[in-house]
Ligand binder design. Sequence first.
Ligand SMILES: [Fe+2]
Length: 442
Amino acid sequence: MRWSRRGFLRLCAVAGIGGVGAGFTGCAGKFLDDSLLHAPAQGEARPPKRPDRFILRRDLGDIKGAYAPGPESTRMLSLAQLSDVHITLEGFSLTGHPKLEKMLDGFGDSIGFGGLDRPEIIERFDVDVLRALIKTLNAADTDIDLVVNTGDSVDIGTIRELISFLTEMNQLNIPWFQTVGNHDRLVLGNIPSRLVEAYSGMDFLDKNAFIEKHFPTGKDIAGTTYGSRAKGFDFSPRSEVNPSVRVGFYTFTALPPVHGGLRGGRARPGIRFYVLDTSRSEGSASGQISDEQLEWLARQLKSHSDYLGIVVSHHPIARIKENQSRLLDLLLASPKVIALLCGHDHEHRITPYQAPGGLGFWQIQTSSLIDFPQQGRMLEIYMNPEGTGVVRTFVFNQQAAGHLGENARASYAEASKDRFDGSGKEQDRNADLIFSIAGRLR
Ligand SMILES: [Fe+2]
């Protein structure tokens, strides 16, 4: 049975919280369970399984001396990406809020599908799926330098959902970096919280609340400390336009360059990350990038000449509506940028964005943990002696045992029967993405 978000909300409003009839259990408010927040994960895990083969992709151009990683290649950096976790601990109902329903109806078809009709078992075990993925990464922690989450940590957009997400993510033994998605600052990924809070009385996130909750000095409504062991927003400066607002974009060095060699030149470039905030303050699931952020990014990309650059955002280029062409032009004119990591579409996809001379970057999109195939992604950056490089990437399932693994697999099995398959094609999952190095450094 497939429901539009609008029809779903109407039905919830009529039926009240908790089941609305045979075969339909998606709008229950019964997932709010404090014991889930701090219960230890039951089960062990194994590291991400490597695939047997990788598709060699030369889509950026015929780059001389480029080939798949071999014994002579140097691994510069290894990272994991997860995306669109969509933790849902609280049901969302319009019961008792007819004004809110009327307001949502006023949006008409301008608001997209909210995902509230997922089968119950998928949402019931969303924490288990995340825990299983974290355990899988922790089992390989000596082999992974950092983890990047490309946004949509939460689903409805409540503060309690974020606390749950951060509680789980703090079990990671690896530094992790956070990105703002549309669900992280907008109710149902679409609606500014100030419009809804007046009608619902619930505590929803806005961007400032989302960022501030990542700092370990905060207190939640019950007085329990929370926050995040994530790095990332601690690099996030105050807005130049409004200094009272912390911006959601930042940059950091993941790997410093090595100087030396016979002539004292560059022996190995560094790698620097540029994390963008593409969420829209005015509402809507589509992305935007502000003038202020573009100017900041242009300044940042001009500095650190000994570095390759990896850009991170929630939205892929095609989903950014405002300033899309300015962003793309800037990235293509910045040869240091080799990759853009993103999520949002809940689908594995790898797209080349070419620039003359074999330059340009790979857009690497990763699926969601709430929709099939509920996978994470590994990325390894290699340097070959000929002045070329490779992004070796592969996707992986959670590898947990015990109850944790059983619950995660039950969710996976249900998701596989669901309407949505974000697996992509083979070349979108496990691939060696060739790029040049020499032509990118100034
Ligand atoms: Fe999402």
